[in-house]
Design a protein around this ligand. Structure first.
Ligand SMILES: Cc1cc2nc3c(=O)[nH]c(=O)nc-3n(C[C@H](O)[C@H](O)[C@H](O)COP(=O)(O)OP(=O)(O)OC[C@H]3O[C@@H](n4cnc5c(N)ncnc54)[C@H](O)[C@@H]3O)c2cc1C
Length: 446
């Protein structure tokens, strides 16, 4: 082709779904001058969520689990901005970016919707205002800073109400909640040596879970094992209990009791990206319904995948679960299907059975179910680290994570709070007399 317009593929979202589709295009269509592939994402990096709790718990440095999109994509165009609106009839997407958030319109021939999910507080009173979340890199950094701030405040001699400062609550006993509580527990207990006025007996670490056993995805046996191990490490686990609201004074629980805590991390609910509501297609619990090839019915050229899409699973007859394992594989298959549409060829239905699921539960202990076989203890933890390290994109980041893990054996956890406040400054005219150094004043007096 020569003067004709290139075929435009627009990917919305640079998480597991969008980024793996883009990486597949890097090897295929993005090499073709007749095809233009663009990915839009809010952040300029790809976040590896399975290791997020390690950043919050100070096991890993802040940027080790993120990769700059521009280093991952050489041929696919990258647009750092916010998707504001999707207009299917006119085949265009409204995006904003820049310091003042000005808008652009991006046109497409093929649209890939991979905008993921957001935290859902279910309108519970006070939660949105007071609870911390665990979804983004910013969330992990905020939690880490928050934990350190509580310890600093509680350690000060003038602090009279230490109890709420030293009570740490996580709501939700799924993977994110269990890994977070385990990380928080290890972090606050291992940091105590640096705080002379605090003792272990002052700490309270609580996991609130609505079901009878935590980690229901791994089955009762591994859930019970994880529960036993965490309890041995002094984590209180409240099963069959829900958080019903948070006020300035306390967290209200469904069992009629309250917890006086300054820290509540909410991991107990997600919803598909709210932009899905504006898309005039059939949904399943808010996720865009797609066919086996991840096409949105009735809208040729529109595709959806990952946490924001309801992709049918032919093996179970249900919808694929919202996991990174599924999202990244859907990305690869979907990119192949768009290639088949453009160049001709057979589209492939998405088929994948979960190979295994793993969770790190602190202190070099893990739980895992791989191909139906249960593992627990050190071996499961080692599997967790080995498998996720191998999945982390880019060699540079693998090396950084491996180094951090190695140094973690030798040194205690870092307690530096990452503040973004500007250093004190002054704006003084040339005529103003300079402030003399103290040494100078003393010398003159002498
Ligand atoms: C703490 C935690 C731990 C997890 N651990 C595991 C695990 O161990 N194993 C596993 O399989 N899964 C795990 N998951 C689930 C996994 O992260 C998700 O299933 C996966 O990220 C879904 O991929 P996605 O691309 O659909 O969505 P996401 O990865 O959420 O990506 C969506 C992207 O879209 C961007 N975006 C959203 N809205 C806009 C907008 N308006 N404009 C621009 N950009 C936008 C977001 O910034 C994001 O980059 C975990 C999740 C969390 C939160």
């Amino acid at each position: 082709m020569s003067a004709a317009e290139p075929t435009r593929i627009l990917i919305l979202g640079g998480g597991f779904a969008g980024m793996y589709a883009a990486m597949q295009f890097e090897k295929t269509l993005a090499r073709d001058p007749d095809v233009e592939v663009t990915m839009v994402n809010r952040e300029n990096f790809f976040l590896f969520t399975p290791m997020l709790h390690e950043v919050a718990a100070s096991d890993l440095d802040l940027t080790t689990i993120v990769n700059p999109a521009r280093k991952m994509l050489k041929r696919v165009n990258f647009f750092a901005g916010e998707v504001e609106g999707i207009d299917l009839p006119s085949k265009q997407v409204r995006v904003s970016h820049g310091f003042e958030g000005h808008e652009h319109t991006l046109r497409y021939d093929h649209l890939v919707v991979g905008l993921g999910s957001i935290t859902n507080f279910y309108n519970l009173p006070g939660l949105e205002q007071r609870a911390l979340t665990m979804k983004s890199l910013g969330d992990a950094i905020t939690l880490r800073n928050h934990l350190i701030a509580q310890l600093e405040e509680a350690d000060s001699e003038c602090c009279r109400f230490k109890h709420p400062l030293l009570t740490f609550v996580v709501a939700g006993g799924g993977f994110a909640g269990v890994e977070t509580i385990a990380g928080v527990n290890d972090f606050v207990r291992e940091s105590l040596h640096a705080y002379p006025h605090l003792t272990e007996s002052m700490l309270r670490v609580v996991l609130v879970h609505p079901g009878p056993v935590i980690l229901p995805e791994l089955g009762e046996k591994l859930g019970a094992y994880a529960q036993k191990k965490l309890t041995e490490r002094k984590v209180e686990i409240l099963v069959n209990t829900r958080v019903e609201g948070v006020s300035e004074e306390a967290i209200e629980l469904s069992n009629g009791t309250t917890l006086e805590a300054n820290t509540l991390v909410w991991t107990a609910g997600t919803s598909p990206n709210p932009l899905m509501e504006s898309i005039p297609c059939e949904k399943e619990r808010g996720r865009l319904k797609v066919n086996r090839f991840m096409e949105v019915p009735d809208w040729p050229g529109v595709w959806a995948l990952g946490d924001c899409a309801a992709v049918p699973d032919p093996k179970t007859g249900k919808t694929c679960p919202p996991t990174a394992q599924h999202a990244l594989r859907q990305g690869k298959v979907l990119a192949g299907n768009i290639q088949a549409e453009i160049r001709g060829g057979r589209k492939k239905p998405f088929e994948f059975s979960t190979v295994g699921q793993l969770a790190a539960i602190g202190k070099r202990t893990g739980v895992a179910n791989i191909l139906g076989v249960n593992f627990s203890g050190f071996f499961a933890w080692w599997l967790w680290r080995t498998i996720y390290l191998s999945k982390l994109p880019r060699f540079e980041k693998k090396v950084r994570v491996a180094l951090d893990w190695t140094l973690d054996i030798l040194f205690s956890k870092d307690l530096v709070q990452f503040l973004t406040v500007r250093a004190p400054s002054v704006s003084r005219s040339e005529e103003d007399p300079p402030v003399r150094a103290v040494s100078e004043v003393v010398a003159r007096r002498g």
